[in-house]
Design a protein. Structure first.
Length: 551
């Protein structure tokens, strides 16, 4: 935990996870849940994108995050509470991973500690903490423990316990879907892959055999599936209409976020302490080819592409998969069918993400698997796969590792240190300055009482450029308006999200036609009492001209 939080800790908790855009958007949604718990907002409608309803469905829902965050808001401001929320889920992930390996799988405390450590500081998961919703992967070992316990209880004839655990698992997955779609969907998809692989390996893939198996466990299956069907209704109610409205992500958008064979599979970024030297020449080469576009190397190799498995772990994963799937023996003993199915599903899932020029097997997933169109950054699947990878490595290598630790403890210690070190990087996802953000937000006066809603032009004077001129026109004023709307409990027509409402047109606030675009929106939606926020003015608040607004 100290390794993962080293940058926030060393900054005196001034630095929080995320950046000026995504983090402020995320905190605004967390504030929405705080308002819901206070009875000040409908659960499915946020304070932004006014007057549309069901606006939570334009982005991740953050339900479980919102519960944790709302607790921390009793003691902290929004930006510190956000960091404490990440701390909460990282703690859940560490403890759950330890318990999964030590108790559920029975592989011992040393293996459990190593898995929990490596998973907590994993390179890709750490670097992608700039997108805080991805840290919900911490729920994966919880889901695994519930699933394994339910199956074992069913096999032992403890049907009541099995059904209770099945319902608990259904509740967790339903709540996870309403928290962070990517990681929850990857969990369901990977579980389906595992079941398919298990059925093939156990010769239960034929309809008659599969039906007979399902009939033997029908009551427990019905409890789990039935509970999920009911508990997932809020998720479906909020997201299905938006999916129909937006159509999901075009396949072409995914092509830039698939996994390049070998390169992205081990891409830990140019600032990795141990392996950065592998990627710095690639960044330099791309820059030399296109010097006019300084951001091109980052778009091709950086950002969302830095989800790879560190090289030493990569070798261990590949060799472990070979032993389990191909040789089917570990230390001379046969591999169980369950472990083979798990390894096969993990590797198949990984291979599906690979891109060969403009072709990828993920196209089949996109076209055939429900919910696949809701994913754009497919490379995030590598973050989900980290824990399964670690479990495969421990399953294949733990006996030899124990023998090495007994015979040459110094060598085992060096190897363990290298496994940890190859995950660490000078690059940090903690980019949001608490003091700066809190001061900037606090300096904005709330709207006058006569304002029924508002829109933002400029929320912070003399602010540095956010990433690029294009993103500057999209994010700062919209993201700030989202957060301010939730803090003031006054709705805003602004907002920026994964998807936006159909007539959203609130980019480029300094353009000459921005107020006219707002006025046209106000007329279409018959908005009255719409106020204008511009922090460049001595009096930041003004009313939209009544005639233009149709008042």
């Amino acid at each position: 935990m100290l390794l993962f939080f080293r940058v926030p800790i060393l900054s005196g908790f001034d630095l929080g996870f995320g950046d000026r855009g995504d983090a402020v958007i995320e905190i605004s949604i967390l504030e929405h849940w705080r308002n819901v718990l206070d009875g000040a907002a409908a659960w499915d409608t946020t304070g932004y994108f006014h007057p549309y309803r069901g606006t939570l469905g334009y982005n991740d829902g953050y339900l479980l995050y919102g519960l944790s965050y709302s607790f921390w808001r009793l003691f902290a401001d929004p930006f510190h509470a956000d960091t404490l929320n990440v701390l909460t889920f990282k703690t859940i992930g560490f403890v759950a991973a330890y318990l999964l390996v030590a108790r559920t799988l029975g592989w011992g405390r040393v293996a459990a500690t190593l898995v929990a450590l490596l998973w907590t500081v994993a390179s890709g998961i750490s670097l992608q903490a700039v997108h805080v919703q991805l840290q919900s992967v911490a729920l994966l070992p919880v889901a695994m423990m519930l699933a394994i316990a339910a199956v074992r209880a069913e096999q032992d004839g403890r049907r009541g316990r099995a059904r209770t655990l099945a319902v608990a698992l259904a509740a967790l997955i339903a709540a996870w879907l309403l928290t962070a779609y990517y990681m929850a969907w990857f969990t369901i998809f990977s579980a389906a892959l595992f079941v398919a692989c298990w059925c093939v390996l156990s010769d239960r893939w034929r309809p008659a055999a599969a039906l007979a198996l399902a009939r033997r466990h029908a009551a427990t299956l019905l409890c789990g599936v039935g509970a999920f069907a009911i508990l997932v209704l809020p998720f479906l109610a909020i997201y299905l209409p938006k999916a129909g409205e937006t159509g999901g992500h075009p396949y072409e958008e995914m092509l830039g976020y698939l996994v390049t064979p070998l390169i992205d599979m081990i891409n830990v970024g140019p600032d990795n302490y141990l392996w950065g030297w592998l990627f710095r020449p690639l960044f330099a080469l791309i820059h030399a080819e296109m010097p006019a576009d300084p951001m091109l190397p980052r778009r091709v190799l950086g950002g969302e592409h830095e989800t790879g498995i560190p090289p030493i772990l990569f070798v261990l994963v590949v060799t472990a998969a070979w032993q389990i799937i191909v040789r089917r023996r570990i230390d001379g003993l046969p591999v169980s069918r369950d472990l083979r199915a798990f390894a096969l599903a993990t590797i198949i899932g990984w291979l599906l993400t690979l891109q060969f020029w403009s072709v990828s097997p993920w196209g089949l997933v996109y076209a055939l698997v429900p919910g696949g169109k809701g994913l754009r950054v497919v490379s995030r699947y590598q973050l989900w796969l980290v824990l399964p990878f670690l479990l495969l490595v421990v399953a294949a290598w733990r006996q030899r590792a124990m023998r090495l630790a007994r015979s040459r403890p110094w060598l085992a210690a060096i190897f363990a240190v290298l496994l940890v070190a190859e995950n660490l990087s000078a690059e940090t996802p903690a980019q949001l300055h608490h003091d700066e953000q809190q001061a900037a937000v606090s300096a904005i006066p709330p709207p006058p009482n006569a304002c029924a809603s508002f829109y933002a032009v400029v929320t912070r004077r003399d602010e540095p450029l956010y990433l690029s001129a294009f993103k500057q026109g999209l994010y700062p004023h919209n993201a700030d308006a989202m957060l301010l709307a939730e803090l003031w409990r006054v709705p805003t027509i602004n907002g920026i999200s994964t998807f936006n409402p159909p007539d959203w047109d609130f980019a480029s606030p300094l353009a000459a036609d921005y107020d006219a675009r707002v006025a046209a929106y106000a007329r279409r939606h018959r908005l009255h009492g719409l106020c204008r926020l511009d922090m460049r003015r001595a009096r930041p608040w003004s009313r939209l001209v009544p005639a233009a607004a149709g008042s």
